[in-house]
Design a binder for this molecule. Structure first.
Ligand code: ADP
Ligand code: NAG
Ligand code: NAG
Ligand code: NAG
Ligand code: NAG
Ligand code: MG
Length: 647
């Protein structure tokens, strides 16, 4: 026994050794890397190690090449190293490269067009160098790019390289010498959360969605724009102004009309296949029939039945996916007719498209809300085969995520009733919530057209916490909302909170993450501070947004409220913190709620709001703790404890 275990242990060690320690950097990568480091000006400072992967700043991962394992370079990161060299064209030879970061150096020269060969590149940070010249148009081949930071360099030329980056989350081009216009194609970058083009004195023309802010359709927007004149947050091109939206919809219609080819459903190939099947069947049938009628008849019926089945399953594939028994596929047939949809009443507009309302003649659910999600506009000519494959994969991912969301039922989550996919868009069908969203209600309260007492607000707070608890802790896999805000908290007939737009964040990011023009500053006000560094959304980011929501419920003002622009903190969260630590924390409470006897309760809720919005994500409570703390504060029970207990 002993020897056997010894042997196996030995075997284990030699195996792991041979797999890990003896792995060498791929010869081609090694060669390219040496050139790159020399050109950067790194190499002189380094002793030459056996394996460049052990060098600080070089990241490698194991890959299979030629049926054996090798290490490939996946990252080169040198921050603030006084590098005075340039970017070598040899970068293009690193096929597995994911990150290239050289911020705060003195690099000269331009971006070599060969970088387009790094198809897996996700992060390109060249901030604060002395790079110049035009950014090569080839860059737009990098479909996986998530972060592109070229700020504080001397880049010139136009922004033509901004063609289509479906995964781009952060785009910083500030402090350069770019010329021309910011292309409207920015609208189709569905993951974009942040862009900054300020400090480019030669850029001309309007920024997408920015022109709207200048038009004084609301005083609020105007001030938030004034306050951050040099920072442009992408509003995903949507706006409440009909002019702009009309222009957008017409331009996207044009795109669809000129490029009908890349139907994501891949129906053309299916057609071909079934045609082939049909002709085969006919020939086969005739041939066999001429020999023996009976056999042919049998074969015919079999083939016919197969064909019928094939057609039926295909119809099922592209037809509506129904997730609720209270709605029937036939009732949604009208969604196949674009004109019929266009004629519906529009009740809202988000970054992904319009939200319509319609009545169903029969069935349990009388009124439905239909959310349209427009596909990113794409030009057939510009799509390589690989891109098409990628998009098709994306489509399947959307379908499977929607499938998951369709199964979720919780009393504080807005259930998805059905999903209809069309060649150029998706429709998500929900029950219509006639009490609207929390955002609507807060606005009505501020306009003085609605009362909103504390017990109701408290019930909404507990409801949202329970919904979050379900998404974060009860559902597997865990679902991070990513865009929790009052517009996504709808209220049902009992004024029970129902969280909308959950679960689709990964594949249809801006279904959750876009910023409507009505709260450009507002949506920003819900995003946890660490997100801007990590670019990752965690459940603790949702908690931060939830904390802001709690603040709103007590303070009675949205983060985009003009009020905060006139405070020294300029943000709801910071203002709330300061008032809470001041001598008179009651100042934070919505004046319409003062004198109702709930002041102590409301201050406790503000305390929870402060916990939830702590800067360090780890210090924030989780959703279950939030729900328990809130439930302990009971407006119906006027004998209240001043302490919070969390188990
Ligand atoms: N099921 C629904 N019932 C009632 N109103 C809805 C429903 N879904 C969406 N809305 C309204 O449509 C608006 C736009 O929705 P959406 O596209 O999700 O954008 P956002 O949530 O960012 O405002 C919402 O703010 C809400 O007022
Ligand atoms: C794989 O290895 C063989 C021989 O070792 C070599 O001839 C061939 O070029 C290699 N292929 C690749 C893709 O590296
Ligand atoms: C945008 O760029 C300008 C100029 O570099 C900078 O001052 C500003 O802080 C940036 N905005 C953000 C949000 O980073
Ligand atoms: C919208 O268009 C109308 C005319 O079509 C014009 O009068 C109005 O000023 C425009 N509004 C904005 C915000 O551009
Ligand atoms: C709409 O687009 C046309 C050209 O496409 C442009 O002339 C017009 O100014 C645009 N209107 C608005 C409100 O942006
Ligand atoms: Mg929404």
């Amino acid at each position: 026994m002993g020897t056997i275990s010894h042997l196996s242990l030995l075997l284990f060690f030699t195996l792991t050794l041979s797999v890990d320690a003896k792995l060498n950097l791929d010869a081609a990568d090694n060669h390219a890397l040496i050139t790159i480091l020399e050109d950067l000006g790194v190499y002189g400072d380094l002793r030459r190690p056996d394996n460049l992967c052990n060098t600080a700043g070089i990241f490698c991962e194991r890959r299979i090449s030629n049926e054996s394992y090798v290490l490939k370079v996946t990252g080169i990161v040198f921050k603030t190293q006084r590098l005075r060299g340039s970017l070598s064209p040899a970068i293009g030879q690193l096929s597995e490269l994911k990150e290239l970061s050289f911020p705060n150096n003195y690099l000269l020269g331009g971006i070599p067009p060969q970088i387009a060969n790094c198809r897996k590149l996700e992060v390109l940070k060249l901030r604060n160098n002395k790079l110049s010249g035009e950014v090569p148009g080839e860059l737009s081949a990098l479909l996986r790019l998530r972060i592109l930071d070229l700020s504080s360099n001397k880049f010139s030329g136009d922004l033509g390289f901004l063609k289509y980056y479906p995964n781009l989350e952060k785009l910083s081009l500030d402090n350069n010498m770019f010329t021309g216009k910011v292309p409207v194609s920015l609208r189709s970058f569905r993951n974009l959360r942040f862009f900054n083009v300020s400090g480019n004195s030669f850029l001309e023309g309007p920024l997408p969605a920015l022109n709207q802010l200048e038009s004084p359709s609301s005083g609020l927007q105007k001030t938030s724009y004034k306050r951050v004149p040099k920072r442009y947050i992408l509003a995903e091109s949507t706006s409440s102004s009909t002019n702009q939206t009309r222009n957008i919809s017409s331009s996207s219609n044009n795109l669809q009309a000129s490029a009908p080819a890349p139907s994501p459903m891949a129906t053309p190939s299916k057609h071909k296949k079934s045609n082939r099947k049909k002709t085969l069947g006919v020939i086969l049938g005739l041939f066999v029939g001429s020999i023996a009628g009976i056999i042919s008849a049998i074969i015919f019926t079999v083939i016919f039945k197969l064909l019928v089945i094939a057609i039926k399953t295909r119809a099922k594939d592209s037809g509506p996916a129904i997730f609720s028994q209270s709605i029937k596929a036939e009732e949604l047939a009208f969604l196949e007719d674009d004109d019929a949809v266009a004629a519906l009443q529009i009740i809202g507009r988000g970054g992904c498209g319009e939200v319509y309302k319609t009545e169903l003649p029969e069935g349990k659910i009388k009124t439905i809300a239909i959310k349209k999600i427009i596909q990113p506009p794409k030009d057939a000519a510009e799509l390589t085969e690989e891109d098409t494959k990628y998009l098709n994969k994306k489509m399947r991912q959307i379908r499977s995520e929607i499938q998951t969301v369709g199964q979720i039922r919780h009393r504080n989550l807005l259930p998805l009733l059905a999903h209809v996919s069309r060649p150029t868009c998706h429709y998500l069908v929900y029950e219509f919530m006639k009490n609207g969203s929390l955002q609507d209600i807060i606005q009505q309260v501020n306009d003085g057209t609605r009362e909103f007492d504390w017990p109701r607000r408290h019930k909404i707070a507990v409801g949202v916490a329970s919904g979050l608890e379900y998404l974060h802790l009860d559902h597997t896999p865990r679902i991070v909302h990513r865009d929790l805000k009052p517009a996504n908290v709808l209220l049902d007939d009992d004024m029970e909170a129902r969280i909308a737009d959950f679960g689709l964040a990964k594949s249809i990011p801006d279904a959750q993450t876009h910023m409507t023009s009505s709260n450009v500053a507002g949506t920003l006000g819900y995003i946890a501070p660490e997100y801007h560094q990590t670019m990752k959304f965690t459940d603790k980011c949702d908690i931060y947004s939830f904390g802001v929501l709690l603040g709103i419920l007590v303070i009675g003002k949205l983060p985009s409220d003009e009020f905060f622009q006139h405070t020294s903190e300029v943000s709801l969260v910071k203002w709330m913190r300061n008032v809470m630590t001041s001598d008179n924390p009651k100042e934070a409470i919505d004046p319409t709620l003062l004198g109702n006897g709930y002041e102590e309760q409301m201050l406790l809720v503000l305390k929870i709001a402060c916990f939830c919005t702590l800067d360090k994500p780890k210090e924030r409570p989780n959703s279950k703790e939030c729900r328990i703390m809130l439930a302990q504060i009971d407006p119906l029970n006027l004998v209240q404890s001043n302490d919070l207990h969390v188990d």
